[in-house]
Design a protein around this ligand. Structure first.
Ligand code: NDP
Length: 251
């Protein structure tokens, strides 16, 4: 796997280090390409082209966000879909939409794995996803829908967030607002999955859910840190192994 990082964002550095550590742990060879923040879009695209053509590499991961002067969409579109272990390329996004995919985006896939491993049945359940980003909220909703959930997606223009979340049997919060989802918004016995990772001024890391309050009502709830985060990395490893199998199955 090639791991590309541009600039010196400290959070991105931590994520990249964790991904490299996970590769080492499971036995995947990783190569890091750390580029300075002044790197031009052309230079980054040239590197991606080189990695696309390298038959010794099965996966390419470009850590987001990229510096403002680089068009993220152009970079995502440049990665070969069969090496796109983040599953952000439009081809992979389209495949997820029709339910016929090679890779799932890591965070929503990690959430599904948590639900399956906990023996929670999604079929017919009211599922509320808070957040509609391309990398978490939208694919999350699609995966819950594939598993026959009745899915509602909330966002910043949703009129009554509290009332909508209160209906949910399964809540997935992917907002990026510390502890937005309060205990009084959770139905008794609901499953609460917190994707949020928010660094407070006092350096504490908290989710999008007020954990203590919500835990009093929830049948099951994920903590932050230590819930969805590690699952995201595990799913990245799974996608990379899958990419290798796809590339080498005929050899
Ligand atoms: P984005 O900022 O891309 O999207 C946030 C979404 O939340 C948007 O759809 C936005 O609505 C919605 N939103 C913002 N404020 C409100 C509000 N007050 N009420 C309802 N909806 C609101 O974030 P991401 O999806 O990339 O990430 C979400 C969170 O998950 C972040 O904390 C991030 O750090 C974390 N994360 C964690 C990962 C992990 O591995 N655990 C991986 C990826 C992300 P609108 O579209 O209308 O603007």
């Amino acid at each position: 796997m090639a791991v590309v990082i541009v600039g010196d964002d400290p959070a991105s550095r931590i994520y990249v280090n964790n991904k490299k550590k996970a590769c080492e742990y499971v036995g995947i060879r990783s190569e890091e390409y750390a580029l300075p923040k002044e790197t031009t879009q052309e230079e980054l695209l040239a590197l991606i082209e080189k990695l696309n053509a390298d038959e010794g590499l099965d996966g390419i991961l470009c850590q987001l966000p990229l510096p403002k002067h680089i068009d993220e969409k152009a970079v995502i579109n440049a990665i070969r879909p069969d090496k796109d272990v983040d599953a952000f390329h439009p081809v992979n996004v389209g495949k997820i939409m029709i339910g016929d995919y090679d890779f799932l985006p890591c965070t929503p896939a990690g959430v599904m794995e948590l639900i399956y491993e906990s023996g929670i049945d999604i079929q017919g359940k009211e599922c509320v996803v808070v957040g509609r980003s391309n990398i978490v909220g939208k694919p999350m909703a699609m995966l819950l829908l594939h598993d026959h959930g009745t899915v509602t997606i909330c966002h910043s223009r949703t009129k009554d967030l509290a009332e909508t979340v209160r209906r949910a049997d399964i809540v997935v919060a992917a907002v990026g607002v510390p502890e937005l989802i309060r205990g009084d918004m959770i139905k008794e016995g609901a499953v609460v999955i917190d994707v949020g990772m928010n660094r407070l001024p006092d350096k504490r890391l908290v989710g999008d859910v007020a954990y203590e309050e919500a835990a009093e009502k929830a049948a099951a709830i994920t903590p932050v840190p230590g819930g969805v985060g590690p699952m995201t990395i595990a799913m990245l490893m799974k996608n990379t192994v899958k990419a290798a199998l796809l590339h080498h199955r005929d050899k």
